[in-house]
Design a protein around this ligand. Structure first.
Ligand SMILES: [Fe+2]
Length: 140
């Protein structure tokens, strides 16, 4: 089962952000499991799909609010990376799943896999860069 497991290598040294990353993976995993059922409940699938999208957006906004608060030096590059994810979710998944002929199971699984894989890479490549900066502002 290729679901997402948060391990300490993903820690960014800021507890609130680590907890949000863990929750993000948890929702993605639930969606993968549900989407792989033979006949998942359609409403439950839509609900979880929406929950993942909403939580992802909430999480990105949380990070960005700290960038503003601490005047984070690499904010622009980091927000641009968040925007790539936002645009991908909107263009490839959110619009597509509202099509009445959509293959909801397939789209939901793709959305969960895309989101989890995106977050894994994003944590290691981008989020870890803010550890020292956040910590020096007393945020750990
Ligand atoms: Fe980030």
């Amino acid at each position: 089962m290729d679901t997402f497991i948060w391990t300490p290598e993903y820690s960014v040294g800021v507890q609130l952000v680590d907890e949000q990353h863990q929750h993000f993976f948890t929702i993605a995993n639930k969606l993968i499991v549900l989407a792989r059922e033979e006949q998942p409940d359609r409403d439950a699938l839509f609900a979880l799909f929406g929950e993942l999208g909403n939580y992802a957006l909430y999480h990105l906004s949380t990070e960005e609010s700290f960038f503003r608060e601490f005047a984070y030096v690499d904010a622009e590059e980091h927000i641009a990376a968040h925007n790539v994810y936002r645009e991908m979710v909107a263009s490839r998944f959110t619009n597509a799943i509202s099509d009445p002929n959509a293959d909801v199971k397939k789209l939901a699984e793709e959305m969960a896999l895309y989101s989890g894989e995106w977050l894994q890479k994003h944590i290691l490549v981008m989020d870890k860069k803010f550890t020292v900066f956040f910590n020096t502002h007393g945020f750990n």
